[in-house]
Design a protein around this ligand. Structure first.
Ligand code: GDP
Ligand code: MG
Length: 439
């Protein structure tokens, strides 16, 4: 989850009293990685990073009383503006009826969303009608009719007819004579964008002069939905976006990219198959949600999944049992922690662990290779009994692995911290489920 990952980055930064430029840069690199991993569009990520960097490296942050907080604030602001700055409500036509056209690929959730919006309009006391313009599949008309019955909104359809533009024109006339306030047109989709579909939608647009052309996208398909949004926007000049299926494990990248790529705001999120599964989209709240406190349990579970069970069990025996925690164990632990992303993120979540003791345990993934080189340049004896690593032995190891002695010293510092940490973990034994591997 995007929010968990960003939270990890920030819990690290937030707690530091002083932020140096390298720390900020490191944090920003991490944010960039998290965004790209969440499938945020590359270009959008680059623009975002540029803006955050400019602000974050400004004097205001470096000299602020709590620079970590300041940085979080900047990222929150920029995320908000990346999501469209402020809430963009449904546009209502000055002279009714307000015409809303639902467009999008097949299966994206157009029909369902039409029903959800109809329900919302009706609850806001607006006389509403839906129109079935997805005429090629009889089931689509029936689906809309069923939804209409559920929300108590009439549905205009001409079963059997494939004259989409004629249907639209007649429906609009009816709506005008019946003094409807809102008319929602459900349209056909395709598996991909194709010319024929776009032509049909363009003709519909001409006849309907809609106040809103809502592009409906499946939030689960990430980056791809951004390209599709661009295609629909180029052809139809859409007025807004609805991201559906945000109740599932959508990675969030689509939400963060669509506004940046099309300049069109997200207006609603679909958060369920049922008719009440519609949320207004608030950029600021969404940004807040992304930055929110990560869920401790899910992090711990993630940790347990990533750890190699057997190795972890060995490590556990070491930690819990009589065995000493030596440099071999250290290397094994580091390798396992690598699977978790930054070690710090996880460890911070464990009660009883403070950030000071973690300072030296943190491992830069790029350094992993060096660490392996150093440890494998030691003799078996040395790895078992690190306290025998005198100055001259360290020099020898340094020659063996090609890393400076200072780095070896640093590694041994880290080892000591880890040793301490392992002792601490013993005390945490009780809180972990049995058989979960790592304590
Ligand atoms: P259309 O082809 O674009 O009209 O898509 P439909 O409205 O028929 O929806 C396709 C499928 O997605 C259906 O099974 C819907 O129940 C489901 N669906 C639509 N919106 C949501 C949503 O917000 N969350 C979830 N979980 N499912 C949705
Ligand atoms: Mg449909």
């Amino acid at each position: 989850q995007l929010s968990d990952k960003l939270e990890g980055v920030f819990s690290g930064l937030r707690q530091r009293g002083v932020l140096t430029e390298p720390m900020i840069r490191e944090g920003l690199r991490e944010i960039r990685r998290v965004l790209l991993e969440a499938d945020v569009n590359f270009q959008v990520t680059r623009d975002f990073m540029k803006r955050v960097e400019e602000k974050a490296l400004g004097e205001r942050v470096l000299k602020a009383v709590s620079p970590g907080q300041q940085l979080v604030k900047i990222v929150h602001e920029e995320l908000t503006s990346m999501l469209g700055e402020r809430r963009s409500p449904l546009a209502l036509a000055p002279i009714p009826p307000t015409v809303i056209m639902m467009v999008g690929l097949q299966g994206s959730g157009k029909t369902t969303t039409a029903g959800k919006i109809a329900r919302k309009m009706k609850r806001e006391m607006r006389q509403t009608r839906m129109v079935a313009c997805d005429v090629y599949r009889p089931a689509a008309v029936e689906q809309l009719q069923t939804l209409g019955e559920q929300v108590g909104v009439p549905v205009y359809a001409e079963p059997g007819s494939q004259d989409v533009v004629g249907i639209a024109r007649r429906a609009l006339e009816l709506a005008q004579s019946e003094r409807d306030r809102v008319v929602i047109f459900d349209t056909a989709g395709r598996l991909q964008i194709d010319e024929q579909l776009m032509d049909e939608l363009k003709r519909l647009k001409e006849v309907l002069k809609p106040a809103e052309i809502l592009f409906v996208a499946d939030g689960m398909i990430g980056q791809e939905s951004v390209n599709v949004a661009k295609g629909f926007d180029d052809a139809l000049d859409i007025t807004g976006v609805v991201l559906t299926k945000m109740d599932g494990d959508a990675r969030g990248g689509a939400a963060l990219s669509i506004y940046g790529v099309t300049g069109k705001p997200i207006k609603f999120l679909g958060v369920g198959e049922k008719l009440d599964g519609l949320e207004e989209f608030h950029p600021e709240r969404m940004a807040g949600r992304i930055l929110q406190q990560g869920d401790v349990l899910s992090l711990v579970e993630k940790a347990q999944r990533s750890f190699d069970q057997e190795e972890a069990a060995k490590l556990e025996r070491k930690v819990m049992g009589a065995g000493r925690f030596d440099l071999d164990d250290f290397l094994m632990a580091l390798r396992q922690f690598q699977n978790l992303g930054p070690l710090e993120n996880l460890l911070k979540m464990l009660p009883g662990v403070n950030s000071k003791m973690l300072k030296n345990v943190k491992v830069d993934p790029q350094r992993m290779k060096h660490i392996e080189a150093i440890i494998t340049s030691m003799t078996k004896q040395e790895r078992k009994r690190p306290e025998m690593l005198t100055g001259s032995r360290r020099v020898r190891i340094s020659r063996g692995c090609g890393r400076p002695v200072s780095e070896i010293n640093r590694l041994l510092e880290q080892f000591k911290e880890m040793q301490k940490f392992m002792k601490q973990m013993k005390g945490l034994q009780g809180m972990m489920p049995r058989g979960g591997g790592m304590p």
